[in-house]
Design a protein around this ligand. Structure first.
Ligand code: HEM
Length: 325
């Protein structure tokens, strides 16, 4: 996990905006929708300039970090929605499918379809929902949660409208036609891995089980790092933690880990050097992070050979990250 480490600390990286504002992604730099103010009075302008072409929705939303915050909150709402949980197929999927993985997948999808550089690599909407027997009423319940979530984050009306158009375009693939029978629960989990050619070893990504288990490990790792006293004793790290939304960090780190272990995902954040240069990270912080990482890998029972490969990847980033005495 070149990624994990990078990430853990990318977490801390300085550029993220307060609350669920801008992320550590390279393309950020726009304020989140809620923070964008109006322009100056039109009456004071001699002649209106031609309207600038509209930025992609991804940029108007502020990039991957605010999108990750919105998706995290949305999934949390949906998971406790009683109308949805009254459907036993949905309730069964909730117990089976780890929410950290679902949050990652939904965030990647939203980033991609709004024009971001990230890539959604999961199943089609049809394939991932055909076994759930979703009704019109359940769809409406989900849409109401989405609206409440967007209002909570003060996403402006124009951006909300575009998001609802995107979500609405998936309805025909998600809601079961009247009288239809739900499909069987897909065997083998949400992700399948092609066998490597000529008896070659599967990628580390495949051996770790793909994006769902990786997202769970990263989720836990970030939570552990955030309460590490050795790391928090460094005021620059602590300040970055207080500023950077963990949801965005989890998304970036998961993308990175997936990419560097051989997954199809694309990490679109800053380099390890750029994201850690102002954090005064010393050997003792590095060692604390590595101990946290080991603890989390043991908790998830990641086998020793895979742990060793992950530590090799993480170790390869040390020179870019540890810059203080
Ligand atoms: C009432 C509506 C919906 C319900 C109840 C629902 C529920 C679920 C559940 C339970 C899963 C996990 C299925 C499994 O692996 O067995 C899932 C997967 C997923 N859903 Fe939905 N969903 C709904 C609508 C949507 C919408 C509108 C979107 C986005 C436009 C969406 C995006 C996704 C994605 C990206 C995955 C992951 C697919 C993968 O990893 O291959 N869902 N959904």
């Amino acid at each position: 996990m070149r990624t994990l480490v990078r990430s853990s600390i990318a977490i801390l990286s300085a550029s993220l905006l307060a609350s669920c504002g801008g992320g550590g992604e390279k393309k950020s730099g726009n304020a989140p929708p809620a923070a964008r103010g109006g322009g100056s009075s039109a009456a004071s302008q001699p002649a209106p300039a031609p309207a600038a072409p509209k930025k992609p929705l991804y940029e108007r939303l502020g990039g991957a970090t605010p999108i990750a915050c919105v998706c995290d909150d949305f999934i949390e709402r949906v998971l406790v929605n009683e109308t949805l949980n009254a459907n036993p197929r949905i309730a069964e999927a909730r117990d089976r499918v780890p929410k950290a993985g679902l949050k990652f997948q939904v965030t990647a999808l939203v980033c991609q379809v709004t024009g971001g550089p990230e890539m959604y690599t999961g199943r089609s909407m049809k394939d991932s929902h055909a076994h759930l027997g979703i009704t019109e009423r359940e769809w409406d319940a989900l849409v109401a949660d989405f609206k409440a979530c967007l209002d909570h984050f003060k996403v402006p009306a124009e951006e909300q409208k575009e998001l609802f158009e995107i979500v609405g375009s998936t309805k025909k693939d998600i809601v079961m036609a009247p009288g239809a029978t739900p499909a069987e629960v897909p065997a083998g989990g949400p992700e399948s891995f092609a066998a490597p050619p000529n008896g070659m070893k599967p990628s580390l990504y495949a051996r770790l089980g793909g994006v769902y288990p990786i997202a769970c490990v990263v989720d836990e790792f970030i939570e552990v790092l955030l309460v590490d006293d050795i790391l928090n004793a460094n005021p620059k790290i602590k300040a970055a933690r207080d500023r950077v939304p963990k949801q965005g960090l989890k998304f970036l780190v998961t993308s990175l880990v997936c990419q560097v272990t051989g997954g199809p995902q694309k990490y679109a954040g800053r380099s390890m050097k750029d994201s850690h240069k102002d954090l005064a990270i010393a050997e003792e912080h590095w060692n604390a992070m590595a101990a946290d990482f080991k603890k989390v890998l043991d908790k998830f029972q990641v086998p020793e050979p895979e742990q060793n490969e992950l530590f090799e990847i993480v170790g390869s980033t040390k020179a870019d990250i540890v810059t203080a005495e």
